[in-house]
Design a binder for this molecule. Structure first.
Ligand code: FES
Length: 129
């Protein structure tokens, strides 16, 4: 079981907060955001991060559930994920250097801080199906 602290990318955009910055989560904690925008969810070892978010009723974006569409893309700001299944949306550089993951396939390898809803980021939005 891992604890995933999540934060909605729309909140970062609206407030001008940095994406790859752990202090963004401290700002979020002080801002008393709605639980759909910021909070924690427990993820077991046999489910994806997206499955846990759905079980918690968080309503994150998704479509294919197979690593193809990119609608579930997130950025891991702290911690590690496993994403062993084949996927065709993210490049190796996006996974290794920019810490993107697909929450429909990723499982936590540690507790995480994760920004979800990144499919609207200007670098990705034209590729999301
Ligand atoms: S839901 Fe399509 S890539 Fe995750």
């Amino acid at each position: 079981m891992a604890t995933v602290e999540y934060l909605n990318y729309d909140v970062l955009e609206n407030r001008g907060w940095a994406l790859h910055d752990r202090s963004t989560f401290q700002k979020a904690a002080r801002a008393e955001l709605d639980r759909t925008d910021h909070g924690t969810v427990e993820v077991s070892t046999d489910e994806s991060i997206l499955e846990a978010a759905e079980r918690a009723g968080l309503g994150w974006s998704s479509k294919c559930l197979q690593g193809r569409c990119g609608r579930c893309v997130a950025v891991v700001v702290d911690g590690d994920v496993r994403m062993d299944a084949d996927q065709e949306f993210l490049t190796p550089a996006e996974v290794d250097a920019a810490d993107y993951c697909l929450t429909c396939l990723a499982t936590p390898a540690s507790d995480l801080k994760l920004v979800y809803g990144v499919e609207t980021h200007e670098a990705l939005t034209h590729r999301v199906k």
